[in-house]
Design a protein around this ligand. Structure first.
Ligand code: IFL
Length: 440
């Protein structure tokens, strides 16, 4: 009876048919597999993809379709997207937010995510959806603490106290009330039925993975044993909760790697050993982490490259230890000058991208567990709206979220050299596993 009803509902488009099991990206030891083939992630960070998909308000569906076509044409087959944002008074945060208040969700933004997923599926692309943010630019964990612990929603751009932000925000993991609402939101998204396709998210193979948060950190590099244990437990139990709701998809943490694990490789290993985490993630930020000085590129280049190569290779070795695939899901560098202006060249950034791509391609060619990359971040047709390069509601979305200058790390559609470089390495990675670089 149930099958007949399901078939009938499916036939009239009320509930989309589940994708076949083999259509889902899965981790097979240290590599990803999809449709019976090993596959590599050639991806972009596209945090605002769901926002563009909204039917009105912030939505720009015509732009979204053009961005997706342009990315697909380059061989990009994966997008990393913000799935949930929290309404906040923080100035350098995006608005509107998908969670307007605890228990109040913005259906228009959630339909935007539905539309994005429907268009991604048409292009045989996949998406990693992150369900929270350690940083303030989408409200994130500090906003949960404001709602449930009464502490101020902190913006390190204002407080200028980065370590204070890290310690305060890590209180999220021990706030029972915050965790309860966070899980409500997780359940609402993971169990959602796409209003455009009629397909349950949990049965949609165009989702590659659910991700706990963007860059969740345990606190500062001086975390106590108690904070370490809490962080490890939070990753294990939250990932386990998602798997309890959805038997089809992988789950990842969104970690930056050792830098995001109190500079401690052992903590990174301990936090990702659980079978509830299907693959590893790491990020690479030479300027943010003080390795590269964009005001002194010549003097800081060699050190930055040496540290970057070491970071890349160290994490591929850690993936071998855990026998899991690993994705470099964020990396970037600013424009020549440095400048936020789209008119500035990107020679240094392109050179850096090539250095990163070379390590990834060489080690992937040898069968090492590097499963791909997502560069940070797709700016596409978006443009900074004012001379100060700060985002304000109503402005274009670009690759840089509102807490950073609009042009800092974005790859725009006019950055032809960067786009050709991405395509060159997309083709090379796809050639390793013979995935068609254009949708069949
Ligand atoms: O997740 C992130 N990592 C680094 C990006 C660039 O600084 C930043 O915009 C984002 O919060």
């Amino acid at each position: 009876k149930f099958c007949a009803a399901a078939l009938m509902l499916s036939a009239c488009g009320m509930v989309g048919a589940a994708d076949a099991r083999g259509d889902f990206v899965s981790a097979k030891k240290t590599h990803f597999s999809r449709k019976g083939q090993a596959c590599y992630i050639v991806g972009a960070n596209f945090w605002y993809g769901g926002y563009l998909g909204a039917a009105s308000g912030v939505g720009e569906r015509a732009r979204l379709l053009k961005e997706l076509d342009n990315m697909r044409a380059l061989g990009i087959n994966n997008l990393r997207v913000l799935a949930v944002s929290e309404k906040t008074d923080i100035k350098s945060a995006v608005s509107p937010a998908s969670t307007a208040a605890p228990g109040q969700y913005d259906e228009e933004l959630l339909v935007g995510l539905d539309f994005l997923m429907a268009e991604v599926a048409k292009r045989d692309m996949t998406v990693v959806l992150y369900l929270n943010n350690f940083w303030q630019w989408s409200g994130g964990m500090t906003q949960y603490l404001n709602w449930f612990e009464g502490t101020p929603a902190l913006d390190p751009n204002v407080t200028k106290d980065f370590d204070g932000f890290l310690t305060s925000t890590a209180a999220f993991y021990r706030s029972a009330a915050s965790q309860a609402e966070y899980r409500n939101v997780i359940a609402r998204i993971v169990k959602r039925v796409n209003t455009v396709t009629g397909k349950p998210y949990s049965e949609d193979a165009s989702i590659m993975a659910w991700q706990l948060a963007n860059e969740p950190r345990p606190g500062t590099s001086q975390v106590t044993p108690k904070e370490r244990a809490l962080y490890v437990k939070w990753i294990d139990e939250t990932a386990g909760y998602i798997h309890s709701l959805d038997k089809n998809h992988m789950v990842s943490s969104g970690s930056e790697g050792v830098v995001g694990s109190a500079q401690d490789a052992q903590l990174y290993l301990d936090a990702h050993r659980t079978s509830n985490i299907d693959y590893l993630t790491y990020h690479l930020w030479p300027k943010n982490w003080g390795w590269f000085d964009s005001k002194n590129p010549t003097g800081s280049w060699d050190g930055a490259i040496a540290k970057s190569r070491d970071y890349l290779n160290t994490h591929i070795e850690l993936a071998k230890k855990l026998n899991k695939p690993i994705v470099l899901e964020e990396f970037g560098l600013d424009r020549d000058g440095p400048s936020f202006s789209i008119k500035a060249t990107t020679k240094i950034r392109d050179r850096y991208y090539r250095e990163v791509f070379d390590v990834i391609y060489q080690r992937a060619s040898k069968g090492d567990p590097i499963a791909g990359f997502n560069f940070w971040a797709w700016g596409g047709a978006g443009r900074a709206a004012n001379a100060e390069y700060w985002w304000k509601p109503g402005n274009d979305f670009v690759g840089d979220p509102p807490q950073e200058e609009q042009g800092l790390y974005s790859v725009f559609d006019s950055d032809v050299g960067s786009l050709l470089l991405i395509k060159e390495y997309a083709d090379r990675l796809h050639s390793i596993c013979r995935i068609p670089t254009t949708s069949a």
